[in-house]
Design a protein around this ligand. Structure first.
Ligand code: SF4
Length: 1005
């Protein structure tokens, strides 16, 4: 596969004035595309006469030619605001707002408001951010591609060319989330794991492969190439994009919380839910609340022994304390300038762990160095440098140059070798303290987050035999499953959880991952070994996660440490499951070129796959006998990993203590075989001559790492590796893929189905439909989360989705999760409101997705009731309390609500993004006035409802009337229409954002 074609030659032609639709549609057709024709000249550039700000300027491309840009210094010269004192990250967003003014989606007012950003003003305004591209991973990306494919099918049914349906900004999907470490510690582990991965995901991969040939602006990086954020760093990110003659910053949103890793390259980006990504993909703005920006003034330089991972763990702890949830964090100062982009990357990656929206490093010479060293052309990097210089955004800001909301200090010289855990990423422990800390937590009561064990338990050992060929009957856990009590809930309807975390990112991390299979232990013909296990023993040691595998310094340090360990005759105990999952093929290249991989292999750190693996909980099964000892003696076993999250049971269901650390420390603790060791004073083991070997004996110096780096991957290696994916993954080549622009939907598929969003679709928006004689599908209390509305986890066999899957011939053991089946609306619609914990007040005392079908008051599943109402032609409402839709933004929470037939949701308050997602799916959000609720109105679900005042002249936030008819009479209460903006009115009138966009695209054709 070649590099994504997206660069400077996208068609920016305007919408076609000859379209034959009604006047409303004609008007809309003008502003759906990148720039309305009445604002642009023939080349699609904004004409001076219509530009609200005369800011188009030229800059030197560095090759004797000139390019155009929307100049922020020019904006400042107009006296609008002192733009050059704004945080650099805010200026990047401002450039997008300025460039995309069309008077409808983005207005002149938006430009003025953001230019006049004040460090400490109340944050009430939302920014419409038009991102330059979209990044997806396989788990979250499938439903977005399903929607695009469904739009094409709908266009074809209208007799139109389906090829007109294309993402309006480039979309890259990297397949990395599905590989599991079923096999480890052997030379063929990777091949066997990929084999399993392809078996498990065949249907979805076939579909994604169809997408690669069907869409010009949609690219897939196949499985076995790398991890999404590392691939973004090394290959996908351009730093600067071009449309016609105009250059603009690379910006993006991704459907994965660690999208922030690219902030280390000076790119503004963060993780969003599916519908926001879909909106971005379809040329609509992503809205976010104007943020505070926390400046982190970085000074000093790293001491010997400290790594980039240690900085990331230190920053995570520090920023968690500083409460940065929902804020931008921007690093500056001489210390930040001294860090390479590879050293900045783990810090930016962990923004979700410290709760910030982004962890941004401004663009400087280090950024250029990184782009060059990873194979980007010198010409491109020259233009990149010149562009940011012309914008006044090049170079690491010094103290006093920028106005931040708050400034924090970080001296790199204070950073110590560290680990974080055992249950939370922000609980950093200085390396020499780990033994003491483990013992303390081991004995601490559960209420204090301890393991509640006695000191007598600690030295106990339990013997077993592993690697034997006798059959094992038990099923073993296939990886992690985050404990329900570690899931965050938000406070006051905000994105902040009760534990001072970002609820969106935490839930995204917990839910957007495949459900690990429970597997029957396969009998391996290895040499049996008698072993014993005790508390604090390391059973998983994983070099994993783009957080660290993107950093050649720490990866080579792991290799150097392994080399010295092997040379001293050290070994990893057989009870440790060792794995190495590089974030890209480049890692393999430099570990092999430097001659270090054979030493890692000797210690069992064979490649297990190019993907998230243990970082996402896909750690795979432990040896059944080890798992048996752990579970039968309730051992507090440990995992050591170079990942970024470690909630209890997250890494593996049987492993309670999980410590995050740098790759060389992962190797060190694998050698030690336990975390109950003080590596500052106690030996790792004995060498072949019986001498103690200490960590300090084999720890590589900074000089050794630097010297090895010089012989590591060259720019040409990056170019070669990323120029040809086909030869790197024959299994992907063998996946059969349907040809053509239209996807051949298979009615028997249980993973991919055409959603009915475009059933009976016509080119004309539907006539405005009143909501009359509606019935409530459910009445909920406060804080109903998106997980209540659309669970992502396991599918119960007796639930509507479970029964449906069984009807389709899927055995319960192969149900997988709702998350994995989100490409199938039949499963997801049945799963809407199917969370076993949801409480519908229409059926008091009952938990789960049930309701009373009215008027006969017959109890049944919410899905069955919805289908019955549908057959009866009865419109539905959902009624709720405060903070409806909190938690992670989940596309199916809004999609499922719409497909069940709910025309409106009436709540006391809404979570911000879920409200807009409902509008995006054509569901009307209505808000009770202050002091009014289902309880004050004494609603029990037997009522019939009308929404009075709802007509074609609907305005944002207009008052409407809810007329409630019940046995005792009729009552009318005012409600607020929570369609908040004019563009949302358009979405609603079209039945949602998908039909809205489809009509524009068809009109253009
Ligand atoms: S390796 Fe970890 S951090 Fe990176 S994309 Fe995968 S799950 Fe996210």
């Amino acid at each position: 596969m070649s590099a994504p074609a997206w660069s400077d030659d996208q068609d920016s032609s305007e919408s076609n004035a000859a379209c034959t639709l009604g006047s409303l549609t004609l008007k809309l057709a003008f502003f759906i595309f990148e720039r309305p024709s009445w604002l642009t000249d023939k080349k699609g550039l904004m004409t001076k006469s219509h530009s609200p700000f005369d800011v188009r300027q030229k800059f030197d491309l560095g090759n004797g030619q000139q390019g155009q840009f929307f100049s922020l210094p020019a904006l400042e010269r107009q006296g609008i605001a002192p733009v050059s004192r704004l945080p650099v990250s805010i200026r990047v967003v401002l450039e997008s707002v300025l460039r995309n003014v069309d008077g409808v989606r983005v207005t002149e007012k938006n430009v003025r408001e953001l230019s006049q950003w004040k460090p400490n003003a109340p944050r009430t305004e939302e920014i419409p951010f038009m991102v330059a591209r979209i990044l997806l991973q396989d788990f979250t990306g499938v439903p977005l591609l399903v929607d695009l494919a469904a739009m094409r099918s709908a266009a074809a049914r209208l007799g139109k060319d389906a090829g007109i349906i294309e993402p309006l900004v480039p979309v890259d999907l990297v397949i990395d989330h599905s590989v599991q470490v079923d096999f480890a510690g052997t030379p063929d582990a990777m091949t066997r794991n990929m084999d399993m991965e392809f078996k498990r995901n065949r249907e979805r991969y076939q579909f994604l492969k169809w997408g690669t040939q069907a869409f010009k602006s949609f690219s897939v990086v196949p499985p076995g190439i790398g991890i999404v954020h590392q691939v973004n760093m090394e290959y996908l990110a351009k730093g600067l994009l071009r449309r016609d003659e105009t250059f603009y910053p690379d910006t993006l949103v991704g459907t994965d919380s660690h999208t922030t890793m690219i902030n280390s390259l000076g790119i503004v980006a963060w993780g969003v839910g599916g519908i926001e990504a879909e909106a971005g993909m379809l040329g609509q703005p992503v809205y976010f609340l104007t943020p505070d920006v926390v400046g982190v003034h970085v000074t000093g330089s790293l001491r010997e022994g400290a790594t980039a991972t240690d900085v990331a763990l230190t920053v995570t702890q520090m920023l968690r304390k500083a409460k940065v949830v929902g804020k931008f964090v921007e690093f500056f100062g001489a210390g930040a300038a001294s860090l390479t982009v590879s050293d900045r990357a783990p810090i930016s990656n962990m923004a979700p762990e410290y709760g910030a929206t982004i962890g941004f490093f401004p663009i400087d010479e280090r950024t250029c160095e990184y782009l060059l060293s990873t194979g980007r052309s010198p010409e491109h990097v020259n233009t990149f440098r010149n562009y940011y210089k012309a914008q006044g955004m090049f170079g690491m800001p010094a103290p006093g140059q920028i106005d931040y909301s708050t400034t924090l200090e970080l001296n790199l010289a204070d950073v110590q070798p560290s680990v974080a855990g055992p249950k939370r990423p922000q609980d950093r422990i200085a390396l020499p303290e780990l033994k003491r800390k483990f013992v303390e937590i081991f004995e601490a009561p559960l209420q204090q987050n301890g393991y509640n064990k006695s000191s007598q338990d600690l030295p106990k050992r339990f013997a077993t035999t592993i690697g034997c060929s006798a059959p094992v009957t038990q099923m073993v856990a296939g990886g992690g499953a985050q404990a329900i009590d570690t899931m965050p809930t938000s406070v006051g309807g905000s994105n902040q959880s009760q534990r001072n975390t970002s609820s969106w990112t935490e839930l995204e991390m917990a839910n957007n991952r495949p459900t690990p299979d429970i597997v029957k232990q396969s009998v391996e013909a290895t040499v049996p070994a008698c072993v014993d296990l005790g508390h604090g023993d390391v059973v998983i040691a994983a070099i994993t996660s783009c957080t660290n595998t993107s950093n050649p310094g720490v990866m080579l340090a792991a290799g150097l440490l392994a080399k010295k360990a092997v040379e001293r005759g050290l070994n990893v105990p057989p009870t440790v499951k060792t794995s190495l999952a590089p974030g890209s093929r480049v890692v393999t290249e430099y570990l092999s070129k430097s001659g270090l991989q054979p030493y890692l292999d000797r210690l069992g750190f064979y490649h297990v796959g190019y993907g998230c693996t243990t970082c996402i909980g896909n750690s795979g099964p432990l040896d059944a006998r080890i798992e048996d000892v752990i579970t039968s003696h309730d051992l507090v076993a440990a995992a050591v990993l170079s990942g970024n999250r470690n909630f209890e049971a997250r890494v593996h269901q049987s492993v309670k203590a999980n410590f995050l650390m740098s790759p060389p420390l992962v190797v060190a603790y694998a050698l030690a075989g336990r975390v109950t060791v003080d590596l500052a004073t106690e030996p790792l083991g004995r060498d072949s001559s019986g001498q103690d070997v200490y960590l300090r004996d084999i720890w590589p110096s900074q000089k050794e790492v630097q010297e090895t780096m010089r012989t590591a991957a060259s720019p040409e290696d990056y170019q070669r590796i990323y120029s040809d994916f086909a030869s790197q993954n024959p299994m992907w080549n063998h996946i059969p893929s349907a040809p053509g622009t239209l996807y051949p939907w298979d009615s028997k598929s249980t993973y991919i189905q055409e959603p009915p969003f475009f059933d009976s679709f016509s080119l004309k928006p539907p006539p405005f439909r009143e909501i009359r004689q509606a019935r409530p599908l459910a009445i909920f209390g406060d804080s109903v989360t998106t997980d209540h509305i659309s669970p992502a986890g396991a599918i119960k066999a007796t639930s509507p989705s479970g029964l449906f899957l069984q009807q389709m011939g899927v055995p319960v053991s192969e149900f997988n999760s709702y998350g994995a089946r989100r490409g199938n609306d039949r499963v997801m619609t049945r799963g809407t409101f199917a969370n076993v914990r949801i409480k519908n007040l229409m059926v008091p005392g009952v938990e789960g997705g049930v309701t009373n079908h009215m008027p006969e008051r017959k109890m049944m599943s919410i899905y069955d009731a919805a289908m019955r109402y549908k057959a009866e032609g009865v419109p539905l409402l959902v009624i709720a309390g405060q903070e409806y839709g909190t938690g992670s933004s989940r596309d199916w929470a809004a999609k499922g609500t719409a497909l069940l037939g709910a025309k409106a949701v009436i709540a006391q308050s809404f979570e911000r993004i879920h409200r807009s997602n409902l509008v995006g799916m054509g569901v009307l959000p209505l808000q009770f006035k202050e002091g009014v609720s289902a309880q004050t109105l004494k609603l029990d679900g037997s009522e019939v409802y009308d929404i009075v005042g709802l007509d074609a002249a609907l305005r944002p936030q207009q008052d409407l009337t809810l007329r409630i008819t019940r046995l005792g009479g009729v009552e009318s209460v005012p409600v607020i229409c929570r369609i908040d903006t004019p563009i949302e009115i358009e979405y609603y009138q079209h039945g949602g954002i998908l039909p809205y966009v489809l009509r524009q695209l068809v009109a253009r054709a």
